[in-house]
Design a protein around this ligand. Structure first.
Ligand code: AGP
Length: 361
């Protein structure tokens, strides 16, 4: 490999630990003390956004959809392999955003092609590979500066995608009345993010200690709400990919509509539980699991009023603002999946049946 492992055991581990600097690089020259410097977008011409991507990159899109909507920008996020075979209604002045680490994913490229045939007016690629095919077919490119990602399981590409999507959100929202103060608040969260990531990474040993519990499990359920539901999906995907434990993620409100039937003493649940406006609702869902004798691992942040007991283990991650908390929680779940895979003796960087970049349909 062209990239040295340094003192790390696996590329995935190295890439998890590089996320503080990857995020700092992605932000460099794009923000100042309290505002975002211009990034090239289509600004006030954009009236609606459609995000297309696969796998982990799609989950970044799901988070961004909630962000953009909260700024009054209509947005849909869709799996590229589905979009490419549909004929959806295209809103006026719509921007299509493709998200991809590799820039070579066949379905995402085909979905972009479909979008241009359907008449999407503007296109943007959020991409980690500056010379990839994707960067040649869109009008604009926002480069995530994560550096080469070698491990099949995506880590730093995802977190820098989220950072880039926040920049896109600010760029579009500024034209729709986002105030200077609102912008400053998000920018200050972003500026604090690299050091918060470093602080989170200090939890590596604590999270590693959880891996024995999971190593002999066959199923795990992940729960989240709002912007942290896609993070639950991402946590489940990481665990599936490298530890081969079947993992499913649900928006926590859906528990009663089916997945609760799966809960027993052998099926642990991981709840992504930041202390935000949805916590009270999530707490009720946590109790539903607990009442069925299911073991819970609750990834909270400081101040989350949930206590550990014989069935609930609270893991308190670093507190961060509402926009960057999905990133912090993601990294905790990356570490968990990594350590479970290591404990099981799996080939962490090259999981069975998977390729780093999926260039065929
Ligand atoms: C993530 O861990 C996966 N290996 C996979 O889902 C990946 O995110 C997906 O194949 C999309 O790849 P891309 O970002 O290069 O387009």
């Amino acid at each position: 490999k062209l990239v040295d492992l340094a003192h790390y055991s696996h590329y995935m581990q190295k890439e998890i630990f590089e996320q503080g600097s990857a995020v700092a690089n992605t932000l460099e020259e794009r923000i100042t003390n309290n505002c975002m410097l211009e990034i090239e977008t289509f600004g006030d011409q954009v009236e609606a956004v459609r995000i297309l991507a696969c796998g982990t990159s799609y989950y970044a899109g799901m988070v961004a959809r909630i962000w953009l909507e909260s700024m009054g920008i209509p947005c849909e996020a869709e799996i590229a392999s589905e979009f490419r075979y549909r004929n959806p209604v295209v809103p006026d002045n719509a921007l299509v955003v493709a998200i991809s680490q590799s820039g070579e994913t066949a379905d995402t490229l085909a979905a972009l092609n479909q979008a241009s045939k359907l008449g999407y007016k503007y296109s943007l690629a959020i991409c980690n590979s500056p010379f990839s095919q994707m960067t040649r077919v869109t009008d604009l490119v926002l480069h995530t500066r994560a550096g080469p990602e070698i491990s099949v399981a995506s880590t730093k590409a995802f977190t820098t995608q989220l950072v880039s999507l926040l920049l896109l959100m600010i760029a579009l929202a500024k034209r729709r009345g986002m105030t200077v103060d609102e912008e400053a608040e998000i920018v200050s969260e972003l500026r604090a993010l690299p050091s918060r990531i470093e602080a989170l990474l200090q939890m590596d040993k604590d999270i590693a200690e959880l891996s024995d519990y999971f190593a002999d499990k066959e199923h795990t359920l992940f729960l989240g709400r709002g912007t942290h539901y896609p993070i639950a999906l991402e946590g489940a995907l990481k665990l599936k990919e490298i530890s081969y434990i079947h993992a499913d993620a649900y928006p926590a409100g859906e528990l009663k509509h089916g997945p609760l039937a799966l809960i027993d003493a052998k099926t642990p649940t991981i709840a992504v539980a930041p202390n935000n406006h949805l916590l009270a609702k999530l707490k009720a869902n946590i109790q539903e699991v607990r009442a069925r004798g299911g073991k819970l691992f609750v990834f909270s942040d400081s101040g989350t009023p949930i206590k550990s007991d014989e069935l609930i283990e609270v893991i308190e991650v670093v507190k961060s603002g509402p926009f960057t908390s999905p990133i912090i929680h993601t990294i905790a779940l990356q570490l968990l999946a990594y350590h479970v895979a290591v404990t099981k003796g799996n080939d962490v960087d090259n999981p069975r049946n998977l390729a780093k970049s999926v260039t065929v349909e």
